[in-house]
Design a protein around this ligand. Structure first.
Ligand code: FES
Ligand SMILES: [Fe+2]
Length: 374
């Protein structure tokens, strides 16, 4: 950690509204099972969006604002794969083109709404809020979410709504120290604090990986109830961040001294988990949180998926409470500086990558604007 990191103020919160999101990226818009042949309203990156499925099952995402009198189309209904405005009945197809204007023959040329690229993959509906020309589905963060539809794994997930910036949740998922204070009844215990500074940090242009091991420690409460550990455990916690806001936490434990740190992990006795996290900003100070607990230990105990989920849910409820309190306090003075501790090093790397990607995007779009005004 360099000196400038320790005393830097929180410049991210000083950006003008609308500039703190990476636009050219896939974001989780919904779980696939949430989207049916009826309007599903949501707000993503400050834009109202309506999702629905066409009759062949293809997901569609449109701007949720009728161009006539700005009523949300999501309050209307789906008619022949088009969405009909609830106010005066204008209809828009899946590409956002108006196909019916009431009481007139001619369809006004400006009667067009934005449609967003969407892809259904790995049990999620992904949306691209930026320049559609850049929406390449190879950029979906498969490495983070692939176990959601892998037959060797079982998972259970949830959508949460948090009244805090997506950035606070990103910080929280990078931070391990809070487990020793926030999660003492679930996934944390004093062993965490002792080993919090003991980590291997790798960073690339597009990832941060933090590996931590807690060797020969007593299992925290949730590991006893869900993992069935009675004696000491060797526990690993590997956090993989992919920008702008995805995390795969590789979590697990094995009976102490059975060789897990050397890579000898036996699914018959170990607990092997991925905690999968996709965060989508709603506004500057609210976010949608799609998370799931995925595990490879279900064969030895078919109830383990449900039990791990319940424990992690309890932990995320503990996080939600603290993050919403944090956001409220930040709102009083968003430019107040914050102090960093040495264990914050991974979080600072994550912030730097995100900032770099957003700066790059802003520079590219302002040079495009420049070019088009020349
Ligand atoms: S507001 Fe939508 S048709 Fe009038
Ligand atoms: Fe937490």
């Amino acid at each position: 950690v360099r000196k400038e990191d320790i005393h830097s103020s929180n410049t991210e919160t000083q950006r003008p509204p609308g500039e703190s999101f990476l636009k050219n990226s896939w974001y989780a818009a919904a779980w696939a099972h949430e989207i049916e042949q009826k309007p599903f309203p949501t707000v993503l990156l400050n834009e109202p969006v309506v999702l629905f499925r066409a009759s062949d099952g293809t997901p569609v995402a449109l701007q949720d604002r009728c161009p006539h009198r700005r009523v949300p189309l999501s309050a209307g209904k789906i008619v022949d794969d088009a969405i009909q405005c609830p106010y005066h009945g204008m209809r828009f197809n899946g590409q956002g083109r108006c196909i019916f204007a009431p009481a007139q023959e001619r369809i006004p040329s400006a009667a067009h709404i934005r449609s967003y690229p969407v892809v259904e993959r790995h049990t999620l509906i992904w949306i691209w809020m930026g320049d559609p020309a850049l929406a390449n589905d190879g950029l979906i963060p498969t490495e983070v979410v692939s176990t959601l539809d892998d037959p060797d794994w079982r998972h259970k997930g949830q959508r949460r709504y948090l009244k805090c910036s997506y950035r606070l949740l990103i910080d929280n998922l990078t931070d391990m120290l809070h487990l020793a204070y926030v999660h003492t009844s679930t996934i944390g215990n004093p062993a965490i604090e002792k080993s919090a500074g003991n980590m291997k940090l790798d960073r690339g242009d597009n990832f941060v990986r933090v590996e931590r091991w807690m060797i020969d420690q007593a299992p925290p409460p949730g590991f006893v109830s869900a993992g069935g550990f009675t004696g000491n455990i060797d526990r690993w916690h590997v956090s993989n961040f992919v920008p702008p806001s995805y995390f795969r936490l590789d979590l697990g434990a094995a009976p102490a001294g059975t060789g897990a740190p050397q890579g000898k992990i036996d699914p018959a006795t170990a607990m092997i988990r991925h905690n999968i996290n996709c965060i989508t900003p709603e506004t500057e100070t609210t976010c949608h949180y799609f998370w799931a607990e995925s595990n490879r230990s279900w064969r030895r105990d078919p109830t383990i998926t449900e039990r791990i989920y319940a424990i992690v849910l309890e932990a995320f409820e503990e996080d939600t409470e603290i993050l919403e309190l944090q956001q409220r306090t930040i709102n009083f003075d968003p430019s107040a500086p914050e102090l960093h501790l040495s264990v914050d090093a991974p979080g600072i790397q994550v912030r730097k990558i995100l900032k770099h990607r957003i700066d790059e995007e802003l520079a590219a779009s302002s040079s495009q604007l420049q070019a088009s005004s020349d």
